[in-house]
Design a protein around this ligand. Structure first.
Ligand code: CTP
Ligand code: MG
Length: 181
């Protein structure tokens, strides 16, 4: 597989996991998932993880995967790479996994004394990728194994932090996000 093919498949296959975080920023608000509860004097998750943001994120990621399925043949022809379609289980797992990773990261941040919005370099950029891939491997093992070969995984783990920093920087400049990470 050429480098171009590897990068194209990595970005395409991860799109349903990239979108949920951004959709959550746009749609977030309302009741926090932890209902304001604390654990050892610190919030369990914090006000930055809401039901509405999480639900919107999962729906946006899954909807994007279905939209990608519709355009997969023409997109594949356009770039000259066989881009995979997403089985429903994989679509849901990638987007729900991304949201779960984000929530898990907030849980860890609160346990380590970081306030809402504090940066946790590394975790902030890769939490959602790791969980999206774990969820996908659990929900659609054959598909995930076929698509996420070792070279594709390598590209995902290098390109994702860069993309994440870039999109969050843009969201910050647009005033959508309070911090650029
Ligand atoms: N958001 C949400 N629900 C989620 C994830 C995000 O409502 N599951 C919204 C919140 O309004 C949040 C914003 O998107 O403030 C930015 O997301 P993020 O950076 O993940 O949250 P932070 O506010 O920085 O909180 P934390 O320190 O817990 O990451
Ligand atoms: Mg944040």
């Amino acid at each position: 597989m050429s480098v171009f093919e590897t990068v194209a498949i990595a970005l395409w296959a991860m799109l349903p996991a990239y979108v949920p975080n951004n959709a959550a920023v746009l749609a977030g608000g309302g009741r926090p998932i932890d209902g304001g509860r604390t654990w050892n004097g610190k919030r369990v998750l914090g006000d930055g993880k809401t039901w509405r943001g999480t639900a919107a994120g999962i729906l946006a990621g899954a909807a994007l995967a279905l939209a990608l399925n519709a355009v997969a043949p023409s997109a594949s022809e356009l770039v000259g790479v066989d881009l995979p379609a997403f089985p429903l289980a994989a679509a849901l797992a990638l987007s729900a996994g991304a949201m779960a990773g984000d929530v898990a990261a907030s849980f860890l941040k609160r346990r380590t004394g970081r306030e809402r919005g504090a940066a946790f370099p590394g975790l902030d950029q890769l939490d959602f990728v790791a969980f999206a891939l774990l969820f996908a491997f659990a929900a659609a093992p054959a598909w995930t194994g076929d698509v996420f070969t070792l070279p594709v995984l390598a590209v995902v783990f290098v390109a994702t932090p860069l993309l994440h920093l870039a999109t969050n920087g843009v969201a910050y400049q647009l005033g959508l996000k309070d911090e650029p990470w």
